[in-house]
Design a protein around this ligand. Structure first.
Ligand SMILES: Nc1ncnc2c1ncn2[C@@H]1O[C@H](COP(=O)(O)OP(=O)(O)OP(=O)(O)O)[C@@H](O)[C@H]1O
Ligand SMILES: [Mg+2]
Length: 259
């Protein structure tokens, strides 16, 4: 173990599916206690990178270190037990089980005592404002509550690194604000390190200490949010080359778009 390793260290990760390279030589680090935003257009390779970190895919090349250990290629349950746990972009709760029971499944990752697992689950339901629906079958929940349930299930595992894959997409604007507050609280009060993939810029930019941008599987930018959003490559990735060039011209002229 090297003292120079960050809490999460992604080193030169490449993930290929046949001839398609979904992640190409991606490196970045996540410091303990920080919130990192992983952004990029659709198909950029964000979920694939999550899958590599959490062991759902074995990277074609590269290494991943978490909490001082090489976790590259380890099975998902071993990585989850070590404290790196993610939400899924497409949420699939156990439909027939109640909301509370679904969250208890998360708690059972660490806790074998049923009473203690229930206590943990109840606390997570509280945090995610799900108490009122705790006894409903999870399959009956609308999407907003299903998203909250996914977060509560992961929180119940007791993560050290919380990885959110579009955990707030599909929520109303009030729910987004609540989720932003919750993520901030988890970070500041519970000491969780957070790596979040999110398209909702109003949420991810103010929350993040650092943003990593992927496009076409390649890391195209990394840095503080207020710098990265003005990066020409980032603007080009989101809006196309023409728009990016026009914006750069406007910026050079001091953003006078009244001409
Ligand atoms: N299991 C797989 N087999 C083959 N190709 C895959 C697989 N998973 C992802 N891909 C491809 O890898 C590329 C990156 O996909 P990925 O889901 O990682 O993107 P993303 O950045 O999460 O996009 P989005 O913002 O739409 O969720 C896409 O071209 C996708 O079709
Ligand atoms: Mg995705």
């Amino acid at each position: 173990m090297s003292a120079a390793l960050a809490f999460l260290e992604v080193q030169n990760v490449t993930m290929k599916f046949g001839s398609l390279t979904a992640n190409s030589d991606v490196s970045f680090s996540v410091e303990k206690g920080s919130i990192i935003g992983l952004i990029g257009p659709n198909g950029a390779g964000k979920t694939t990178l999550f899958n590599c970190i959490t062991g759902h895919y074995v990277p074609s090349a590269g290494k991943i270190f978490f909490d001082g250990k090489d976790i590259s290629g380890l099975p998902p349950y071993v990585i989850a037990r070590s404290g790196a746990v993610r939400t899924f972009q497409i949420v699939r709760p156990f439909k027939e089980m109640t909301v509370l029971e679904n969250v208890m499944v998360g708690a059972f990752l660490r806790e074998t005592n049923v009473k203690k697992a229930r206590d943990i689950a109840e606390r997570c339901l509280d945090l995610c404002h799900l108490n009122e629906v705790r006894d409903k079958p999870a399959g009956d929940l609308p999407i907003g509550n299903k998203k909250r349930l996914e977060l509560a299930r992961v929180l119940a595992t007791g993560p050290k690194l919380l990885m959110l894959d579009e955990a707030i997409a599909g929520l109303t604007s009030t729910e987004v604000n609540e989720a932003v507050d919750l993520i901030r609280r988890l970070n500041r009060q519970e000491g969780m390190t957070i790596l979040m993939v999110e398209h909702i810029m109003e949420a991810v930019l103010p929350l993040s200490d650092k943003v990593v941008v992927l496009d076409g599987g390649v890391k195209i930018a990394e840095g503080p949010p207020d710098k990265v959003i003005y990066d020409e490559k980032v603007i080009e990735a989101y809006f196309g080359l023409k728009f990016s060039q026009k914006l750069m011209q406007l910026q050079a002229r001091g953003l006078k778009n009244d001409e």
